[in-house]
Write a protein that binds this ligand. Structure first.
Ligand SMILES: NC(=O)c1ccc[n+]([C@@H]2O[C@H](COP(=O)([O-])OP(=O)(O)OC[C@H]3O[C@@H](n4cnc5c(N)ncnc54)[C@H](O)[C@@H]3O)[C@@H](O)[C@H]2O)c1
Length: 364
């Protein structure tokens, strides 16, 4: 189970994530631990000395998980959340106290190519995780990670609050709205017949070192540099709530902790930056400041209806309920992400030690 191969940092601020999570009656079970967020979460939990266990598909070749050799520090198994029997057997064996459900098909453009698989993974997969959790008496909390893209978006620029209507136009967003409907049903069952508390976290465009997913801005920029190609940009004026992956991860852990302490009853929370969302062009300016003319940007024609142009989250509820606040501002998060890549690409630092450095600096 959760290996603790490196010691807790001397600078860690105990006020941020308290000791409640260490008193959990069983490990934290992470679905999607080989993915981008799951890799950072495993590293963060290791650093904090919190036991965890993962369940995911095989890590992809260019993933942070592989780049940083995370099989050394995180324990888990290869498994599919669409396979209820296997998932349920593993959860029963591990006897976790909490499940953080990250596993998903998270890419909008891929969801247009394979909508059925996207729905099977994101919607039925979530129902499977909840079914298995409700059959396992040790599980107290299931935190399901959806997205900021679940809100009905008319591109007005208004910040979305948790009670806003949900509607997903593209297949990915719609599959996450379906996952939210699944969560609402299990929240109701938990209230009526007992069972784990089901929570939902909606986060914005998460960035950080090591993300190599297709059709995401910073990974696309890094791939373009590696192959000495131009970076084709669809809509430089589009805005996104960029945030460093460590900010929502600390938010998720704080959410679980406050639920355990009975300090909040919130069933869904937004996690995003406090400032106005930044334009794609601004992200690329910062990238060019750090990477110089190796990052060559070429504008491409925008395909109007594929993705929302403006997206902003209201995070006041998380601030009120959890006293959570993003630690790195958007520009700092973007800068740190490009610096992470700069030192990995130039072989100055390993991916693993860069992540550790970011965690230490973030928590200080
Ligand atoms: N990265 C972002 O900007 C962002 C923004 C909003 C929401 N999210 C959500 O956060 C979560 C994690 O995103 P990410 O960026 O780390 O994605 P990722 O693609 O890097 O990782 C996905 C993980 O899910 C696992 N997975 C996929 N299908 C599976 C299946 N059928 N069975 C078991 N495991 C499976 C993969 O093996 C991998 O470990 C997702 O739910 C995503 O929708 C991400």
């Amino acid at each position: 189970m959760g290996a603790h191969n490196f010691s807790r940092g001397e600078y860690y601020n105990l006020d941020m994530v308290g000791d409640e999570l260490k008193r959990l009656n069983g490990p934290i079970f992470i679905t999607g631990h080989t993915g981008f967020k799951g890799s950072w979460l495993s590293l963060l939990l290791n650093y904090l000395g919190i036991e965890h266990f993962g369940y995911s598909l095989e890590a992809e070749e260019d993933s942070l998980y592989k780049r940083a050799n995370l099989e050394r520090v995180s324990s888990g198994v290869v498994g599919d959340i669409r396979d209820l029997e296997n998932l349920s057997n593993v959860i029963k064996d591990v006897r976790p106290s909490t499940i953080i459900h990250l596993a998903a098909q998270p890419l909008v453009l891929k969801s247009y190519q394979d909508p059925l698989e996207t729905f099977q993974t994101n919607c039925i997969g979530t129902a499977n995780v909840l079914t298995a959790a409700f059959e396992t008496p040790s599980v107290e909390i299931v935190l399901v990670i959806t997205t900021d893209k679940v809100y009905r978006n008319e591109n007005s620029g208004r910040r979305f609050v948790e009670s806003d209507p949900l509607e997903g136009k593209d297949p990915y967003s719609a599959s996450k709205v379906a996952a939210e409907a699944v969560c609402a049903a299990w929240q109701q069952m938990s209230k009526i017949s007992g069972g784990p508390k089901v929570l939902v976290a909606r986060a914005g465009n998460v960035i950080g070192g090591g993300d190599f997913a297709k059709d995401r801005l910073i990974p696309d920029a890094i791939r373009a540099i590696m192959s000495e190609q131009n970076l084709l940009v669809r809509s430089p004026e589009a805005t996104r709530p960029w945030q460093h992956v460590l900010d929502p991860l600390i938010g998720y852990l704080t959410y679980i902790e406050k639920i355990l302490q009975g300090e909040t009853k919130a069933e869904a929370l937004n996690f995003g930056p406090s400032e106005r969302s930044l334009e794609v062009a601004k992200v690329l300016d910062i990238g060019q400041e750090i990477l110089g003319n190796r990052l060559r940007v070429v504008l491409e024609e925008f395909e109007p209806n594929k993705e929302a142009k403006m997206l902003q989250l209201d995070t006041n509820l998380a601030k009120l309920e959890l006293s959570w606040n993003p630690i790195w501002r958007q520009a700092e998060a973007i800068r740190n992400t490009f610096f992470w890549w700069e030192s990995v690409l130039s072989n100055e630092e390993s991916a693993f030690s860069n992540c550790l450095k970011d965690i230490k600096s973030f928590l200080t």
